[in-house]
Design a protein around this ligand. Structure first.
Ligand SMILES: CC(C)(COP(=O)(O)OP(=O)(O)OC[C@H]1O[C@@H](n2cnc3c(N)ncnc32)[C@H](O)[C@@H]1OP(=O)(O)O)[C@@H](O)C(=O)NCCC(=O)NCCS
Length: 144
């Protein structure tokens, strides 16, 4: 266990750190107030887990747990996962996912779902290495 690594839910005070990670992840600038607004909107629906190494945010994972018409148990989905490049291959994403799974399980979700890109072979290799497998074909229609 890496004692310098802390995993905890992001709070409003982490908005700047979350903004920096989202900016790096998506390549589009996200500022602190925007991240703060999104974090507030996610309350009760989605938990953003932050990975901190020696106090600095180096990764995040967002877990959505929502009610499900088809069953009495909730539906759990990881909607974002990112680790800063210089901190990769050190088990940080694995730790984030295990924490997210524990949160989902604690809320009664029997499975965790996620989407990843057909081209994102790194993410696919990562998810397979921690036990995820192909489940469905994701489809979308752009509305705007
Ligand atoms: C995918 C990502 C989150 C993995 O983060 P990470 O902290 O480096 O992953 P871990 O160190 O926990 O890796 C655990 C295992 O996953 C597999 N894995 C991780 N990265 C891999 C890679 N580039 N190639 C092959 N296997 C890989 C390995 O089995 C690894 O174990 P090992 O290092 O002992 O061999 C990270 O590469 C990332 O942030 N990528 C950009 C964002 C992204 O694509 N997110 C997913 C969106 S759906």
């Amino acid at each position: 266990m890496d004692a310098s690594l802390e995993i905890r839910p992001a709070a409003a005070a982490d908005a700047e750190a979350v903004a920096a990670l989202l900016t790096d992840f998506n390549g589009e600038p996200v500022d602190g107030p925007t991240a703060a607004r999104r974090l507030a909107a996610l309350q009760g629906i989605e938990t953003v887990l932050l990975a901190l190494r020696d106090g600095a945010a180096v990764g995040l994972c967002s877990l959505r747990v929502v009610p499900f018409l088809s069953a009495d148990h909730p539906y759990a989905e990881v909607t974002e996962l990112y680790v800063a490049p210089e901190h990769r291959r050190q088990g940080i994403a694995r730790r984030l996912m295990r924490e997210a799974e524990a949160l989902a399980r604690a809320q009664g979700a029997p499975s965790v779902y996620l989407l990843t890109g057909f081209q994102n072979e790194t993410a696919q290799a990562f998810y397979r290495s921690i036990g995820y497998g192909d489940y469905a074909l994701a489809m979308r229609r752009r509305l705007i």
